[in-house]
Design a protein around this ligand. Structure first.
Ligand SMILES: [Fe+2]
Ligand SMILES: [Fe+2]
Length: 194
């Protein structure tokens, strides 16, 4: 298994500039992304109950993402920021989901690999956030998230390797990394994770 997962292109500098300019909105969106990451792991359990080999790891990820959600919410609370109804539609996730294969097996592989590229991008962006913050505590928190999401990126690939041959997994992963890069480069910059 690869020790390091790559992203196709680094996040454009305009992204971190948009985040820094409105960190409150970023926190609202970030919390929402953690909640959705937890839900995604649990939805894989619900969709593939017979894939028993990966259920413990999916539960583990769901718990960790929920803990991230809790931590971000605590930060929001301390800053007097509330959840918002007006979170934008996540065009990034939408574009990734649209590119999935049809067919039971192929779609299962794609679901795991999409989760992996999303986690790996999250890791890259949390590092950028950590590096941009002057608040030491907050910066430390984002560094922790960086390592946690990077680990999730690996775990989803490991899950795929339970069920599919290595060359197939990495070939498709390479395709997703390129696709994800293409999507990232077309998105508008917002004070949001994507
Ligand atoms: Fe997370
Ligand atoms: Fe994660």
């Amino acid at each position: 298994m690869k020790l390091n997962l790559d992203i196709g292109i680094p996040s454009p500098p305009g992204w971190i500039a948009a985040v820094s300019a409105d960190f409150s909105s970023f926190l609202q969106d970030h919390a929402d992304c953690e909640r959705k990451a937890s839900a995604t792991a649990m939805s894989l359990v619900a969709k593939y109950p017979n894939r028993v080999e990966i259920i413990p790891e999916l539960i583990e990820i769901a718990i960790e993402e929920l803990e991230h959600f809790q931590s971000v919410y605590k930060i929001m609370e301390s800053k007097g920021i509330q959840f918002s109804h007006s979170i934008h539609e996540d065009l990034y996730i939408k574009a990734l989901m649209k590119a999935q294969h049809d067919g039971l097996e192929e779609r299962f592989l794609d679901r795991l690999l999409i989760a992996s590229v999303v986690e790996t991008r999250g890791a890259e962006r949390f590092k950028l956030v950590a590096d941009s913050l002057e608040d030491e505590e907050l910066s430390k928190f984002y560094k922790m998230l960086w390592t946690s999401e990077a680990k999730h990126g690996h775990v989803y690939v490991k899950m795929a390797l339970h069920y599919f041959p290595e060359d197939k997994v990495y070939k498709r992963l390479e395709w997703w990394v390129a696709k994800e890069a293409e999507i990232v480069s077309t998105l508008p910059f917002r004070a949001a994770l994507h």
